[in-house]
Every structure is written in C-alpha cells, then in structure tokens.
Design a protein around this ligand. Sequence first.
Ligand code: EPU
Length: 339
Amino acid sequence: MYNIIQKNQSLCHLNTLRLKSLAVNYVEFSDINLLPSISKYIKEHKCQFFVLGGGSNILLPEVYNGLVIHCKLEGVACISQNNTSMLVRAMAGEQWDKFVEYTTLHGFFGLENLSLIPGTVGAAPIQNIGAYGVEVCDFIEYVEVYDVLEKQFKIIKKKDCHFQYRNSIFKKMPNLIVVAVVFQLLKEPILNLEYVDVAKCMTGVTNVTPVELRNCVIKIRQAKLPDPAIIANVGSFFHNPILTNGIVNKLKSNYNNLPVFRVDDNYSKISAGWLIDNLGLKGYRENKVGTYEKQALVLVNYSDATQTDILDFANMIKNKVKQKYDVELNIEPIIIEKG
Ligand code: EPU
C-alpha cells in the first residue's frame, strides 16, 4: 500500500484557482477496494486528510502536511427505471458536466440547469451545487460513501444528507468519502424556467428537450462566469446571505435595486454579488487577486496567488460590505488548513 503514496506532489494544476500548493502525501484511487488500506494508513500515521475531486471549490494552503486522497473513480450506469423516472448511478470521480451531458443526451430531465458547473460528481452533494432555480439535492436519491473511521461502505439516503443552500452533512463529516451518487431523473419534462434569463432564452421553443435547455444554460453561464480553464477561479466566492425579512426590508428601503429572493415566510436571500458591485468593486483588482469584471461574486487569481493572498482580498471585501450594509458575508469554498 505505502508504495502508492506519493511524496511532495504539487497541487497547482489540480485546483481551478491555481493556488500554489504542495501535498506532503498524496494518493490517487480509481478502485474502491483501496479505501480500507488508505484508512489504515491514516490511522497508523495519525494524519489529517481530505478528498480532492475537481479542485473547483477549495482554497488550498501552500503546504498540506496530511494526506490528499484524489478520487478518480469512474463509471455511469442506469440501474433501474419505471414509467416516469430513471435511477442513474455515477461514480464520484466523473466530471460533473460530462455526466450532465450524458443524462441530457439520453433524454433524461432534471440536471439541465446545472450544466457547465466545474468539478466532479462526488463534490456535487457536498456543497449541494445549485444554479438557475435548481439544486442537485432535488434529484439525488442516495449517496454511497466509505466511512474512514468505521472502515465500512454505507448508503446515506437523501433525507439523511441534511441538504441546505450550499450545505450538507458531508461538510460536517469529512470521514465520509463519497464514492458514488444515485440520481432519480425524469423521462417527462418538468422544466425549471423560473430564472428570468433561462425563461427568455427558451421563449418560443416548443417541446423542449433536455439538450436544448442545457445549451441555453451553457450560453447564460458563458456570458457571465469565467471559464476556469482560462481564468483561475472557484465560482461564487461568498454565499448569498439569508436574512430575516425585517433586516431585508430595511436594506431594501435604502437600496431599492437590491435583488431579493424569497426563502420562506420569515427569511429572504439577498445577492452578495450586487452588494459588492454596488460598492464599485466589480472588476476591482489589488495585485494578484481581483473580482471578475462581469460578476463581482467571483474572485480571480491573476498570477501566482497563495491562499493567504486570496483570503486577505476576501477579508477586505467582507469588511467593506460589513461597514456599508452591516451584512456579514461567508466564504463559500472550503478552506483547507495546513494539516
Ligand atoms: N448582480 C449584480 N452584480 C454582480 C453580480 C450579480 O448586480 O456583480 C445581480 C444580478 O444582476 C442579479 C443578482 O445579482 O440580479 C443575482 O446574480 P446572478 O444571477 O449572477 O447569481 P448569483 O446570486 O450571483 C448564484 C449562485 C451561482 C449560480 C447563479 C445562478 C451562489 C453563491 N451563487 O449566483 O452559483 O450560478 O446564482 O443561479 O449561490 C457557484 O456557486 O459557484 C455559482 C456560480
């Protein structure tokens, strides 16, 4: 087993923010049968660890002293079906967007609005990825995991995943390594066109296919969000704050353009991108780090930034937002400490 552990592996090309980062210990696994040995290594060395997928929602430290477990599990299969729906199982290391392409090409409805999101299938339930009115939890049936502490494979049913806006039980339980996700997708269209840009793009299209809706979402994303293959970023950098309606109404009376989205009878979500943009900080750059010119919620690494550079810039933004609006922003990607 120990001969598959590599020493001092650079992670710079394995994270979409392209942070300079070195893993003191690193292992790739494309076979679930390696997981018990990896667990044994962690226990014997009493080391910290984290699982790396597409590296599109993490902030890596310059040196990580623990073990990086890079998930390379592949495979997609339809496992059962009835008249209206299809259960599809995808292994955790599959590229998310390739998987969405597969489901849409097979005519299954559900994941179209989540097209072009970077990262892997295994990472999708962890932060409950969402876009254009859809969250991945809407279509998850269960998640298959390996529990590193208990050394056993388990199935976590959707109701036990505690999915919330960009959150799930997996963020609190890093001992659970996602190995596969099972989705329930639809044979008949139930389209989510609640997002204005999506509705506009689909106007006049009759008998919508999943591929058409996917193409429309791809166009919208490409117009607003930077391609991580070209511009180093991790998508939205802050959560959209969820606040009581009392606080939101007060803000709205001062800033009547502030976009507000209903959560429930007591809470609303406000747009963090708008708050930053309204401070004049869209496209603002300090040294190696800046906000993206078309979306203030996205931070960009312009050259050789480290985790500290990114966090300093993010704290500057947080302080300005707090001063101006008395609103606390929370960082969305997972911050990995040095281990
Ligand atoms: N806005 C501005 N200026 C900006 C950015 C946004 O005025 O610089 C305004 C927009 O005009 C719009 C509102 O704020 O009225 C919302 O903006 P947008 O539709 O771009 O979405 P978002 O709330 O900034 C969220 C997700 C994105 C997802 C989009 C679309 C979060 C943290 N982000 O962004 O997800 O693609 O909605 O559904 O919830 C991601 O998580 O990495 C991500 C990209």
